[in-house]
Design a protein around this ligand. Structure first.
Ligand code: PHE
Ligand code: ZN
Length: 849
C-alpha cells in the first residue's frame, strides 16, 4: 500500500458512504504476534448515497476468511483495502483477520506497550484492526468480546459480561471507528464515583501499571471537576454507567477520547508532588478535562470527515481553556494561551506549513493535528462568543447539541446554530476557517477636541496555495484610560469587517490612552506605533492583565532587538518597569513571574526576520544571556526576597502554590548567576517536590553549574520513566549552543534512551530543536543529527517522525549557509527508500517554501 504514489484527499470530493451499519460485533483473541479479530457487521444500503461501491479500509491485515450472509467470499484487494459485491438489501459481513500487536511500533491500531495491549484509532488506525469503513461519518453501535488471559480487559461502553479470560462490552451510543478502544493487561485501578445532576451514579476508574497507583488521585479529582463543570457550564451530562481512563507509556499524542475508555499518555495523567512539576499538574488537569469534554464535542456529535477536525478540536480546546481558567486564574491562563499560540501557531502560519483551520486537502491526516487546527480553532470559538455574547453563545451550543446529537457534522452545521439563535449572517466570519495566515492589524490614532478616532487596516500575507486574502471579521476589544490612570471607557468590542475601518469615541474630556486588543480578543498581530512612555503607562494602569503583560513583553523585546541589532545597552525603561511589577506585592505572583519571563529566541528570530534582518542565532543567544545577567545585577537586592521556597510538607498543586513557586524559581534562576549557585544547590537538596527540585537543577544548569546535582538526579530517578525524561530534556535544553548537538548525541547512546518511546525521543530531540541557538549552530551538526534520527525513526514511527520534521519549518528565515545545510538534510530525508507517506508529505511541504 505504501508503494503507490500518495494520494491527495480533497474536501470538495466528499461523498457519503453507500451503506449504513446497524450493528458491529467484534471478537478479539489476543496474542502478541497473532491476534485474531473476528467481525460481524450488519450493513444496509444508505438511501442518501449515490455511490454504492462496497469498499472497506484495511491495512497490514492478514485476511483469514470472509463471508456475506454466511456464504464465504473472496474480496478483491484494492488500494488501501478491499472491495466486494454485495446485495442491494441489508446483509451481514463477517471476517476474520490476524494482526501482530507486538511488532506494531507505529502505535496506531492495536499495539503493545510494556506487555499491555492498547489501541489508538484516531484518525485512521481502526483499519489496522479489521476491514471496516474507517471514516467518521459511519457511526455504529459496537459490542466487543475480548478473550485473553490478562486480568483486566476493557473496551468502550458498559460491561455486560465478565468471566475467566473473557469480557464483553457494549456501547449503546453509535460511534465512528476512530473512537473504538481496547485495553488488556495487568492493571491496577484507582476507583471513585460521580453522581450526575440527574442522579445517575457513574463508576470512575483510572487504570495504571502496578507501582503507579499512588499517582492517580490528582487526575481523579480533575475528572470529577470536569464532569461537574460540563454540567454547570454547558448542561452536558455523562451518558454511560462507567468511565475508564488508562495510562499508557508508549503513546504518540497526549491522550485520546475513546468513548467511555480514554487512553492517556502516562505523562498526561500520572501525578504526584515528588515526580510532577506544577506545569505537569496544570497540563494534566487540562488534558483530563479536554478528553472528558470530547464526550459531547466529538463523540456524541462527531465530524463528517477529517477536514472538519477543528469542529471537535477547536471547540474542545476552547472548552478546556475556559475550564482551566475557572479552576485557576483566567488572567494567567489567557497569557499562557497567547504565549503558546504565538510560539506554535503563529510560527506555523508564517511558514511553509501554513494551512487553514479547515484544510482543503491532505495526503496524511495525521499531519493536520496542528496548532492551527487546535489553538487557532479555539480562538475562533472565542471570537464567535465575543461577537454574539455569552447568552447567545450558550443558546447556540444548546441548539447544536439538540439538533445534531448522534450525527457526524460540518462547520456549516455548527455555525448555522449560531446564525439561527442570533439572526446574524456568519458568512464572512466563516472565513476564519478557510483563510490561512495571521492577519496584521495596523492601528493609528487621531485626537480632535474630545473625539478619539482609532483607525485600523488589516492585511494577511500570502500562504502556500492562497495568495489573495479577504478582510476578516475581527473583534477588537478596546478600553480607554484617562491621563490620571482611571479607566474612562471600559472594554468595548469593536467589530471590524472591512480592510480599512475607523471607530470613534466621542465626548471625552482629555485625551486618553487606548488599550487595544484586550484579552487578546483576536488571533492577529497588532502593529501600533507606541512609545516607551505610553507602554509604561499602560503597564502601570491598564485594567486588563493581558495588556499589562503585553506591554512588559514589548519592552523586553525592543530591548533585546536593540541589543542584537545595535549592540545597545539594556533599556533602563525596561529594567525599571520589571522592577516595579516584580516588587509589587499586591499583584498575583504567577502574573509577576510571567512578566519576568524573557521572549524566546525563536520569537526574536521571527521578529528580526519580519523586520528584514536575517537572524543570527548565536547573537540572539548572547544578547539574551547578557540581558539575563544585567537583570540579575539590577535586581540583586530584590531577588533574595522573591526567592521563597515552599515550606517542606506544605506543597499543594493549586494555582496559588504554583504561582508562588513560579515567581520564586524565576528569581532563583537569576540568583544563580550571582551567588555561584548557593541558593539553588541548597533548594535542590531540600526540596520535597519535583517543581522545586527540577527548578533548582534548571537554575544551576542555566548558570553553567549543576554537574553533581545532575548525577544525583539520575541516580534518584533512574527507575521513573517520566522523571527521567525531564533529566534528558534539561541537559539538552540548557546546553550551550556549541554543545547542544554533542549533548543530544551522547544522550542518544545512553542505555535508557530508546526511539520506540515517543516521550523519550521527544525528551532528547524535541529539546534539541527547541534549543534555538544549539539547533541552528553554524556547524550544522544539530541539523544532521536530527535528520539521522528522523531517518532511523521513520520506519518505526512515521507519525512522530513527520511531526518532528516541523523543527525545520522556519528554515527560510536564516542565512544562505544555514538554508543550504538544512536543504541538504531535508533532501536526504526525502531520498530515504520507503519513506512514510507522513514524512514525505511534511518534508515536501517544508521544502516547497
Ligand atoms: N483526539 C486527541 C485529542 O485531541 C488527539 C489525538 C489525535 C490522539 C490522534 C491520538 C491520535 O484529544
Ligand atoms: Zn482533542
Amino acid at each position: 500500500m505504501k508503494d503507490a504514489a500518495p494520494q491527495t484527499i480533497h474536501l470538495k470530493d466528499y461523498t457519503p458512504f453507500g451503506y449504513r451499519i446497524d450493528s458491529v460485533e467484534l471478537t478479539f483473541k489476543l496474542h502478541p504476534t497473532a491476534t485474531r479479530v473476528i467481525s460481524k457487521i450488519a450493513f444496509a444500503p444508505n438511501p442518501a448515497a449515490s455511490d454504492t461501491r462496497f469498499f472497506l479500509h484495511g491495512e497490514e491485515l492478514e485476511l483469514i476468511s470472509a463471508a456475506i450472509d454466511g456464504a464465504p467470499v473472496t474480496p478483491r484487494k484494492v488500494e488501501g483495502g478491499i472491495e466486494a459485491d454485495v446485495p442491494d438489501a441489508p446483509f451481514v459481513w463477517e471476517a476474520e483477520v490476524e494482526i501482530s500487536p507486538e511488532t506494531n511500533t507505529a502505535l496506531e491500531g492495536l499495539y503493545m506497550s510494556n506487555g499491555m495491549y492498547s489501541t489508538q484509532c484516531e484518525a485512521e488506525g481502526f483499519r489496522k484492526i479489521t476491514f471496516y469503513p474507517d471514516r467518521p461519518d459511519v457511526m455504529a453501535v459496537f459490542t466487543v468480546r475480548i478473550e485473553g488471559d490478562q486480568p483486566v480487559l476493557l473496551s468502550n461502553g458498559n460491561p455486560v459480561e465478565r468471566g475467566d479470560g473473557v469480557a464483553v462490552w457494549h456501547d449503546p451510543w453509535p460511534k465512528p471507528s476512530y473512537l473504538f478502544a481496547l485495553v488488556a493487561g495487568e492493571l491496577i485501578n484507582h476507583p471513585d464515583s460521580f453522581t450526575t445532576k440527574s442522579g445517575k451514579e457513574v463508576e470512575l476508574n483510572i487504570w495504571v501499571r502496578p507501582g503507579d497507583e499512588d499517582k492517580c488521585a490528582f487526575g481523579m479529582e480533575a475528572l470529577k471537576k470536569s464532569m461537574k463543570w460540563d454540567e454547570d457550564t454547558y448542561g452536558r451530562e455523562y451518558d454511560l454507567d462507567i468511565f475508564n481512563i488508562v495510562a499508557v507509556d508508549d503513546f504518540n499524542m497526549g491522550a485520546m477520547e475513546n468513548k467511555g475508555l480514554n487512553i492517556f499518555n502516562s505523562s498526561c495523567v500520572l501525578a504526584s508532588k515528588e515526580t510532577s512539576t506544577d506545569a505537569n499538574f496544570e497540563r494534566i488537569e487540562g488534558i483530563i478535562a479536554h478528553e472528558y469534554f470530547h464526550n459531547w464535542t466529538g463523540n456524541r456529535i462527531t465530524c463528517r470527515d477529517w477536514f472538519q477536525l477543528c469542529l471537535k478540536e477547536g471547540l474542545t480546546v476552547y472548552r478546556d481553556q475556559m475550564f482551566s481558567g475557572d479552576m485557576r486564574s483566567h488572567a494567567v491562563k489567557r497569557i499562557e494561551e497567547v504565549m503558546i499560540l504565538r510560539a506554535r501557531q503563529f510560527r506555523e502560519d508564517n511558514g511553509p506549513l501554513a494551512h487553514p483551520v479547515r484544510p482543503e486537502s491532505f495526503v496524511e491526516i495525521n499531519n493536520f493535528y496542528t496548532a492551527t487546527v487546535y489553538e487557532k480553532g479555539a480562538e475562533i470559538i472565542g471570537m464567535l462568543r465575543r461577537l454574539i455574547g455569552d447568552e447567545a453563545y450558550r443558546k447556540g451550543c444548546d441548539l447544536y447539541f439538540d439538533r445534531h446529537d448522534g450525527e457526524a457534522v460540518t462547520i456549516e452545521d455548527w455555525l448555522a446554530s449560531f446564525e439561527e439563535v442570533t439572526g446574524r449572517d456568519l458568512a464572512q466570519f466563516k472565513q476564519w476557517y478557510s483563510q490561512a495566515g495571521t492577519p496584521r492589524l495596523k492601528m493609528s490614532e487621531a485626537w480632535d477636541d474630545g473625539t478619539l478616532t482609532l483607525s485600523f487596516t488589516q492585511t494577511t500575507p500570502p500562504t502556500p496555495g492562497q495568495t489573495a486574502k479577504n478582510p476578516q471579521v475581527i473583534p477588537i476589544a478596546v478600553g480607554l484610560i484617562g491621563p490620571n490612570g482611571d479607566e474612562v471607557v471600559p472594554t468595548t468590542v469593536l467589530e471590524m469587517t472591512e480592510a480599512e475601518q475607523s471607530f470613534t469615541f466621542e465626548g471625552l474630556g482629555a485625551r486618553p490612552v487606548a488599550s487595544v486588543l484586550r484579552d487578546f480578543s483576536a488571533p492577529v498581530i497588532l502593529e501600533r506605533e507606541i512609545d516607551d512612555a505610553t507602554r509604561a503607562f499602560l503597564l502601570a494602569h491598564d485594567t486588563d492583565p493581558f495588556q499589562t503583560w503585553e506591554m512588559g513583553r514589548m519592552l523586553a523585546k525592543d530591548t533585546l532587538i536593540a541589543m542584537i541589532v545595535r549592540d545597545a545597552a539594556p533599556a533602563p525603561a525596561y529594567l525599571d518597569a520589571i522592577r516595579a511589577v516584580l516588587t509589587d506585592e499586591t499583584q498575583d505572583p504567577a502574573f509577576r513571574a510571567l512578566v519576568f519571563g524573557l521572549p524566546s529566541q525563536d520569537d526574536l528570530a521571527q521578529t528580526l526576520f519580519d523586520a528584514g534582518i536575517t537572524p543570527d542565532p548565536q547573537k540572539i543567544y548572547d544578547a539574551r544571556e547578557s540581558l539575563r545577567h544585567t537583570v540579575a545585577r539590577h535586581l540583586s537586592d530584590a531577588l533574595p526576597t522573591l526567592f521563597r521556597p515552599t515550606e517542606p510538607g506544605t506543597f499543594t498543586p493549586d494555582a496559588e502554590g504554583s504561582g508562588r513557586r513560579s515567581l520564586s524559581l524565576a528569581a532563583l534562576s537569576y540568583l544563580a548567576l550571582l551567588d555561584g549557585g548557593a541558593a539553588a544547590t541548597s533548594l535542590f537538596a531540600q526540596a520535597d517536590n519535583m517543581t522545586e527540585q527540577a527548578g533548582a537543577l534548571q537554575a544551576l544548569l542555566s548558570a553553567g553549574l549543576g554537574t553533581n546535582e545532575l548525577q544525583t538526579f539520575e541516580t534518584q530517578w533512574k527507575d521513573d520513566r517520566l522523571v527521567l525524561d525531564k533529566w534528558f530534556t534539561m541537559q539538552v535544553a540548557s546546553a550551550a549552543p556549541e554543545k547542544a548537538a554533542e549533548v543530544a548525541e551522547a544522550l542518544s547512546h545512553h542505555p535508557a534512551f530508546t526511539n520506540k518511546n515517543p516521550n523519550r525521543f521527544r525528551a532528547v530531540f524535541g529539546a534539541l530543536s527547541a534549543n534555538h541557538a544549539g539547533f541552528h549552530h553554524d556547524s550544522g551538526r544539530a541539523y544532521k543529527l536530527l535528520a539521522d534520527q528522523l531517518i532511523r525513526l521513520d520506519s518505526l514511527n512515521p507519525q512522530i517522525t513527520a511531526r518532528m520534521s516541523g523543527a525545520f519549518e522556519t528554515w527560510k528565515r536564516y542565512d544562505a549557509d544555514r538554508q543550504g545545510m538544512i536543504r541538504t538534510e531535508l533532501e536526504r530525508i526525502l531520498a530515504t527508500p520507503n519513506l512514510s507517506r507522513d514524512t514525505t508529505e511534511m518534508v515536501s511541504r517544508i521544502l516547497s517554501a
